[in-house]
Design a protein around this ligand. Structure first.
Ligand code: RUQ
Ligand code: CUA
Length: 633
């Protein structure tokens, strides 16, 4: 309450000052400029979060080919932290300790596109965050208890280019996955590209999630024609039990797709009755391809249908009540609202216009409710609490606001440079908050201090609480956010330290008296504690060629008391949070004495927090540079 009052006072004083400065020299300014400035002051107040206060919402943006997730606050748009997912990140020691190294496997990058918060009854529950890797066909799970990546599943068999992912079903039963690029199956099969239309296959898939642990596993897959499966969304409320994906290239073309895959007037939205898919998989009506239960629609009826839609569609988004499936054809100026009731009726009446590889195609006219004239290049749609939809317009660089049911476009706001995705507060739930919308722009085009050719990406914060949308703020991030989700801050209950009582690590030590170095043959095991401001032991003596394993426990129980372990010239940097144990493994193959030190600032004597690795039995003077110099002589 006190901080709210303080904040309010500051806001009023702040706004007052800005207004006073603006109003004083009014005679020498044009009126419109003053009005613009007044608007800016209002926007500043609307996105202002005073020092010491926190935002009411978290924003989770995907980091694209950085392989990470960025966490921000709304409305301040402050970047709070980065969660490494598919790429090593020395700042948190991710990818250097045994566990995270094994999780990353052979890949040191991923292409993270669509974060999805776990849901219970169609509402974000604040438990987990999932994200796809378009490049290596993986899905990661981040625990929101500690904001750490805990599982990476994949590469998923038969899925190739996992772009249409990770949308979750209303109780997080499944995470959607799909092939953006069809290939011959199973992976490892070679077939000439000339045989694309007949020998290449796509799949759409449901990755199952354990309701208690969030652990992901292979669920079912459906064998699909060689189209390109692009984006998805899970049905909810009226359409619960269904899943939808857009696809382009109904032409089954190869080569220069911008020409060859845009010949037909219509592509499709794939509609999957996932409860029927689950049942078919349980009943064994599947083929096993590369260890996965794959349903072939030629053999099993009633699982998958195709809805014709505007050509080259991108986003597909289900309205909060689940009644409408919104599909946007990016080459057109309309977005289509399909009526789920009509889809069900058409299926019941077998009102089909044909089939593709055994999958019935419904009739466009029978299932569409409206074509909404939103503007040029519609991509994605989000929703608010008042029954409005917001569609991003890539070509027009704008957001259109329109009414579900009446289909009337009521407002439009220009965006700087080619908007891709957009996200409203709690926008993918059955009860969105509205309030804020973040426009994720594909380019920033230098609306910031110059930083050379590689420019940051731009996001714009828009107030959607009123009749007219209002631009509030502009923020920049690393390349390259695709999608984002915004969740109420109080839904996330993150811990600040790992409690000693909960520690289950078999090799953790909690008392410096237990610190020791043990040798078993060529294996040297180090039980190490980190605590302000020393490592115990601070001396590790080994012989060249020994396998060294350090079990490093930060025995602090104080918030924000992290320690790091950086070992000179060994490419090792691990960070341990309070109460955390990490395992560091390496072969001591370089002779000599190597300092290790705490990399994460922890106290006034942080600089003193150091020790030595002493490696005996080798030949001195073998450094890279001296070898290179020797070669030159
Ligand atoms: S995509 S700009 Cu990777 Cu989600 Cu639409
Ligand atoms: Cu421990 Cu710095």
């Amino acid at each position: 309450m006190k901080s709210k009052m303080r904040r309010f006072t500051w806001v009023v004083v702040g706004a007052g000052c800005i207004l006073a400065v603006l109003l004083l020299p009014q005679s020498c300014r044009s009126k419109t400029r003053v009005q613009q400035r007044t608007g800016a002051a209002e926007s500043a107040v609307a996105s202002y979060v005073a020092p010491g206060d926190v935002d009411p919402y978290y924003l989770f943006y995907s980091g694209g080919h950085s392989g990470q997730i960025y966490v921000g606050g709304v409305p301040s748009m402050r970047h709070i932290c980065t969660i490494p997912v598919f790429s090593p990140y020395p700042a948190t020691g991710y990818g250097f300790d045994k566990e995270t190294k094994e999780m990353l496997g052979e890949y040191t990058w991923g292409d993270a596109h669509h974060p999805a918060l776990s849901e219970t009854k169609g509402d974000y529950d604040g438990r987990w965050l999932f994200i796809n890797d378009n490049a290596n066909n993986r899905i990661a799970r981040i625990e929101l208890r500690d904001f750490k990546t805990r599982q990476i599943l994949g590469p998923i068999p038969n899925v190739s280019g996992n772009h249409g992912s990770t949308f979750v079903t209303p109780n997080t039963e499944y995470i959607l996955a799909a092939s953006r690029f069809s290939i011959p199956l199973p992976k490892g099969t070679m077939a000439p590209i000339e045989n694309y239309a007949s020998q290449y296959k796509g799949v759409v898939a449901g990755i199952s999630v354990d309701p208690n642990t969030g652990q992901m596993a292979l669920g079912w897959e459906i064998l699909m024609p060689p189209f390109n499966y692009d984006l998805g969304d899970a049905g909810k409320m009226a359409s619960e039990g269904w899943a939808f994906w857009t696809c382009y290239n109904a032409e089954r073309a190869t080569g220069k797709l911008e020409v060859t895959a845009t010949q037909k007037d219509r592509d499709y939205i794939v509609a999957v009755d996932w409860k029927a898919a689950e049942k078919a998989a349980k009943e064994g009506k599947v083929k096993t391809i590369d260890g996965v239960k794959v349903i072939d629609p030629k053999d099993v009826q009633g699982v998958v249908y195709l809805l014709p839609c505007s050509k080259s569609p991108h986003g597909v988004d289900v309205s909060p009540d689940g009644k409408y499936i919104i599909g946007s054809g990016k080459l057109q100026s309309i977005t289509t609202a399909f009526n789920f009731e009509k889809i069900k009726t058409a299926i019941a009446k077998k009102d089909f216009s044909g089939q593709e590889d055994g999958i019935p195609v419904l009739k466009y006219e029978s299932i569409k409710d409206a074509e909404i004239n939103v503007g040029l290049g519609p991509l994605h749609t989000q929703f608010d609490d008042q029954g409005f939809a917001y569609t991003s317009l890539f070509v027009e660089s704008a957001v259109a606001k329109w009414k579900l049911g009446t289909w009337e476009v009521v407002d439009k706001i220009p965006i700087t440079y080619n908007i891709g995705h957009l996200a409203t507060a709690e926008g993918d739930t059955v009860s969105p908050d509205g309030k804020y919308l973040v426009a994720l722009n594909k380019l920033s085009h230098g609306r910031h201090l110059t930083v050379g050719p590689s420019q940051p990406e731009c996001s714009q914060l828009i107030d959607v609480s009123g009749e007219k949308m209002k631009m509030l703020y502009e923020a920049y991030t690393e390349p390259e956010p695709h999608y984002a989700q915004i969740i109420k801050a109080d839904k996330i209950k993150a811990i600040e330290v790992y409690q000693k009582a909960d520690s289950k690590h078999p090799n953790a030590i909690w008392d410096v008296k237990d610190a020791r170095v043990e040798r078993k043959g060529n294996n040297v095991n180090v039980y190490m504690a980190a605590v302000r401001s020393s490592f115990e032991p601070n001396k590790i003596e080994v012989k060249q060629g020994d396998r060294v394993t350090i079990y490093l426990t930060n025995i602090e129980q104080t918030t924000d008391e992290l320690h790091g372990f950086g070992l000179n010239e060994h490419n090792i940097n691990v960070v341990v949070d309070p109460g955390e144990t990490k395992v560091i493994e390496f072969v001591a193959n370089k002779p000599g004495v190597f300092p290790f030190y705490c990399t994460n600032f922890c106290s006034a004597l942080h600089q003193e927090m150091q020790g030595y690795l002493l490696v005996g039995g080798g030949k001195p003077g073998q450094s890279q540079l001296s070898k290179a110099a020797g070669a030159q002589q």
